[in-house]
Structure formats: C-alpha cells, structure tokens
Design a protein around this ligand. Structure first.
Ligand SMILES: [Cu+2]
Length: 294
C-alpha cells in the first residue's frame, strides 16, 4: 500500500514538474516578442546588479564595482600580512622576539595611506550624492503614494490631472500577460523616454520605500512628508521595483512597474488615462465616504 501511494505521489510530482516546466517555456515564449524592449527585472541566479538604465544608475554601478575591487585588494593585502605574521613570527619560528616598539615611517604610512584611500572614495561618492539630490528642471512630475499594500500614482493638474491605483497581478494574470510574477501590476506608471521625471514620494499610512534598481532609485515614503527624487530613463521598456521598507503583512506584494515609452506613445497614454482614471480635482475621498455612509 505505501509503495503504491509512493508511486502515485511520485507520478503526481513528476506531473507537477512537467507543468511547471511547460509554464516556464510558455512564459519565456510569451516574453520573447517583447525582447526588443528592455525589461528591468531581476533574473534567476543573478549575481550582479540589474543593468543600469539611467546615467545615475550607471554611475552607481561603476562606483560599486570600483569599490568592490578596492576592498578586495585591501582585504587580500591585510590577509596576506596577517598570514605572514602568523607563520613568520610565531613562538616556534621566532623564539627571541625583536624589542622594536616604534617605527615613525611605518606609523605615518599606515595613517596617511588609509586617509588618502578614503579621500579617493569620497570624491566620487559626493559627486554621486550631488547627482542624486540636486534635481534638474523636471519635464514630468509624478506623485507616488505608498499604501498598505499598493501604490497610487498622481499626475498633477498640469501633467494630465488624474490619479490611479496600481496593484499586483496574481500569478496567472502575470503569466498570461507575459510578465514576471510578483512584479507585474495592473496599472503601470508611464513616463516618456529621455525626459527628466521628478518623483514625489509619500505614504498614506505606514512607512514604505519606493525603489527601482534600474534607475538607481530608493527613497522612503513617509506619512506626512514629501520626499523627492528623479530619474531620466535612457531606453524604452518596462522596469520593475519593489517596496523596500518593511511595511506589514503584504509588503512583498506591492511591486512598482514603470513603463518608459516614446513621446508619441506617452501623449496617447495621457489621453487614455485622462479618460479612464479619476481626475485629481474630483473629491474622491468625500465621494467614497458618502458611498459608505449611504
Ligand atoms: Cu513595504
């Protein structure tokens, strides 16, 4: 009986594996035509950063890579010194230790060299901070609000004058749309390529964080406070991010999707969005409240 059960279970698991494999094939086949467009999403077994899609993100990634080489060299150097001391100067190898206690040249060197290394790191680091924090004149302004647990986007009066909610697609819907699970959303934030997009970030309830690796963005969404950041996308495509501040039970299920399109496509989307989504000057919350009261 148990062997029979085992056989059934094995058959079932083989069946499941096959379905999973087929689903994976279907997913990649479905996403194949979209290959001409960039997709900013993490890949299975990815080791490095997601490919940068803005100048700031490029700078960030190259700074990170440079630092990685630097700390690797420092760690190897210090590790080698340590090993040398352990083997060369242990009690057995060096029974009568030297009585030297000071070496001015050496002491100056091990103080000055690390300072020089830190200064060398600080220069690009401050340049990067400057690039992130000083927002250039914006072409587009989008206000993003974090909610437990979804994002809403508002294109102010002079930018279209509408707002909408963006929630995660469930696995089947994402698969059908040829988009990655846990990252695809129903309503994407849409922006034109090559334009400076200023993103104003806040939260309606608890702390969230708006993060988009492809553009090197990560900024806290704080209730009662408006944080600002910006990006300028180099290429058209769809770029995914996630809430990056632990905000509660469904923190992992409030992804961010930004679709970067041509200027013509953006103008067309604006028109459609104005027709589809709620206008920002409509008294939405009052209307919703009245609905509930009735
Ligand atoms: Cu969160």
């Amino acid at each position: 009986m148990p062997t029979e059960q085992n056989a059934i279970m094995k058959a079932a698991s083989v069946g499941r594996a096959r379905i999973a494999a087929l689903a994976a094939v279907a997913f990649f086949a479905a996403s194949a035509p979209a290959q001409s467009q960039e997709v900013g999403a993490p890949a299975p077994w990815q080791m490095g950063m997601m490919p940068p899609q803005s100048q700031t993100a490029e700078f960030m990634v190259s700074f990170h890579d440079g630092l990685l080489w630097l700390i690797t060299a420092i760690t190897l150097f210090v590790g080698a010194l340590l090993l040398y001391v352990i083997f060369r100067y242990n009690a057995k190898a060096n029974p009568t230790p030297s009585r030297t206690s000071h070496n001015t040249l050496l002491e100056v060197a091990w103080t000055v060299i690390p300072i020089l290394i830190l200064v060398a790191i600080a220069i690009p680091s401050f340049r990067l901070l400057r690039e992130q924090l000083i927002i250039p004149d914006a072409d587009i302004v989008v206000k993003v609000t974090g909610h437990a647990w979804y994002w809403s986007y508002e294109y102010p009066e002079d930018q279209g004058g509408f707002s909408f909610i963006s929630t995660m697609l469930d696995d089947d819907e994402a698969l059908a749309a040829g988009q990655p699970r846990l990252l695809a959303v129903d309503n994407e934030m849409v922006v034109p390529v090559g334009k400076v997009v200023k993103v104003q970030v806040t939260a309606a309830d608890v702390l969230h964080a708006f993060a988009l690796p492809s553009f090197g963005l990560k900024i806290d969404a704080v209730p009662g406070r408006l944080n600002e950041t910006w990006f300028q996308a180099d290429r058209e495509g769809i770029y995914y991010g996630q809430c990056s501040e632990l905000c509660g039970a469904r923190h992992a299920f409030m992804p961010i999707a930004v679709r970067v399109v041509s200027e013509e496509a953006y103008a067309q989307w604006l028109e459609e969005a104005q027709a589809t989504f709620a206008s920002v000057d409509a008294p939405r919350s009052v209307a919703a409240g009245a609905e509930i009261a009735r």
